[in-house]
Design a protein around this ligand. Structure first.
Ligand code: NAI
Ligand code: MG
Length: 477
């Protein structure tokens, strides 16, 4: 199947005539050809969005909300087909991609309800003037989407942007272009004006960069690596354009000896392996109070051995393959580096090569012990099912190790002592702290990073503020 961009309500062939292939990471097979976008295609999409902007913003806010709500319903109605497409494109099990479609629907539902609740303040001023503020949309917003949870990441940015009255041009990751095009089609079917949600497929350095640099893009949403985030933020800085950036993590999962170790181990397993570890909020650094260390590692290893199956996402399994050969090689490289640095494998460590799994990019759930926080496997985001375990002796030491990271996205705290948990939560340099649970949140709670993990917040009411600009009006009375 050959696919164009989605611009102005329909498929548009790439101006260069060139296409790239998307692969099924479970088999290495090609699943379709996708338009290789360039600056000309991006310009066409942005001009179309710019025309749609007046139409979209001139609707009554509640009417915009109704259409976004309709989009949520269309996503639900098409969930099974979309989940299959997403699984073939990015590899995650159907159980997971079904949830991602539901999460996408929830994003549109949640923000549809906020579309007519975007308002400013009346400000008591020192003079007799009437001073009030308006929250206005930016206009055309650009969104660059990663490959690890493609459709829900798209919905996470597009829903609040559209609800606030903006229009969107999105560039999905070259590894996973499939469901972005589907979402844009459904948006038109839901009554969004043609051009309000356009998708240009292609590579980061071509289509992505052209989007960031386009003079009519007034706001950018980026999710991906720190290195690419730096490029996007600095190029946007050249044009004085705000960026919401979500850039990954190396999240500490802190287990005290007085914790319910069974519950902590139950949560550590999905924390480590969910999306095959290809998530910014993976529990990739497990810090354990020394007396509980042996028992905890044993529990986690036993649970993974007995309950986690690796396989093609279309079949019954817990986790699928890594998204690409490139990502597989990156993960293999980190495991080799960990062994060189002197860490010890408590579990896994290898690509799965037996039988038909050998055709795909499958990797065993992997756990390192004897890890020092200075090692590269403890400092850098691996983005595979690879965890490291680091012991600590005191709460102060746990805090110091947890905060000794360039990242600051998520932290988990497991303890029976709530006073200690709150004390620690207030001093951890992370955007999200989970106490005696891990990532048990949905679309309602704000999400974002401290330090190199990002700028701005997504999800929740909070995210709406990042898609509006404030205008202050002063009236002489
Ligand atoms: P990446 O950051 O290069 O790609 C993410 C998106 O940015 C893709 O759509 C890509 O096409 C686009 N992009 C790349 N270069 C660009 C540029 N110069 N201008 C504009 N857009 C550009 O991530 P990559 O290389 O695929 O993965 C590398 C590592 O990044 C992973 O191993 C992981 O550690 C991290 N990552 C983190 C994610 C998160 O959720 N925070 C998501 C994806 C990757
Ligand atoms: Mg890249």
């Amino acid at each position: 199947m050959t696919n164009g961009h989605f611009i102005d309500g329909g498929a548009v062939a790439p101006s260069s005539g060139e296409y790239f292939e998307s692969q099924d990471p479970a088999t290495g097979e090609t699943i379709g050809r996708y338009a290789r976008g360039n600056a000309q295609d991006v310009d066409r999409a942005v001009q179309s969005a710019d025309r749609a902007f007046e139409q979209w913003r001139s609707l009554q806010p509640y009417q915009r909300g109704q259409r976004l709500h309709r989009l949520a319903e269309l996503l639900r109605g098409d969930a099974e087909r979309l989940a299959h497409l997403e699984t073939r494109d990015c590899g995650h099990p159907l159980t997971r991609t079904r949830r991602d479609i539901e999460t996408s629907a929830r994003f549109f539902e949640f923000y549809s309800g906020l579309a007519d609740k975007v308002y400013g303040d009346v400000i008591p001023a020192t003079n007799a003037n009437l001073v009030y503020t308006l929250r206005e949309p930016y206009g055309v917003t650009g969104q660059i989407i990663p490959w690890n949870a493609p459709i829900s990441q798209f919905a996470r940015g597009a829903a609040p942007s559209l609800a606030a009255g903006n229009v969107v041009v999105a560039k999905p990751a070259e590894q996973t272009p499939v469901t972005a095009l589907e979402l844009a089609r459904l948006a038109c079917a839901a009554g969004l004006p043609p051009g309000a949600l356009n998708v240009v497929t292609g590579f980061g350095e071509e289509a992505g960069q052209a989007l960031v640099d386009h003079p009519k893009i007034r706001k950018i949403t980026f999710t991906g690596s720190v290195d690419t985030g730096r490029i996007v933020l600095s190029r946007a800085g050249q044009r004085i354009v705000p960026v919401t950036a979500e850039l990954g993590g190396k999240s500490p999962f802190i287990v005290f000896a007085d914790a319910n170790l069974e519950a902590a181990a139950d949560a550590a397993v999905p924390g480590l392996i969910m999306l095959s570890g290809q998530t910014c909020s993976a529990a990739s650094r497990i810090l354990v109070e020394r007396p509980a260390m042996g028992a905890f590692v044993e529990k986690v290893v036993a649970r993974i051995r007995s309950s986690v199956t690796v396989g093609p996402g279309l079949e019954d399994c817990t986790i699928g393959p890594l998204v690409s050969n490139e990502q597989l090689q990156r993960v293999i490289g980190y495991v080799e580096e960990g062994l060189r640095e002197g860490a010890r494998l408590a579990l896994g460590g290898k690509r799965i090569t037996e039988g038909r799994l050998g055709r795909g990019y499958f990797f065993e759930p992997t756990l390192f012990t004897d890890v020092d926080n200075g090692m590269r496997i403890a400092r850098e985001e691996i983005f595979g099912p690879v965890g490291v375990v680091i012991p600590f002796d005191t709460p102060e030491e746990a805090l110091a190790i947890a905060n000794d990271s360039d990242y600051g996205l998520v932290a988990g705290i497991w303890t029976g002592d709530f006073a200690r948990a709150h004390r620690l939560a207030s001093r951890l340099e992370c955007g999200q702290i989970y106490i005696n649970n891990f990532r048990d949140v949905n679309v309602e709670a704000p999400f974002g990073g401290y330090k190199s993990s990002g700028v701005g917040r997504e999800r929740g009411v909070e995210a709406m503020h990042y898609y509006t600009q404030l205008k202050t009006i002063v009236v002489r009375t």
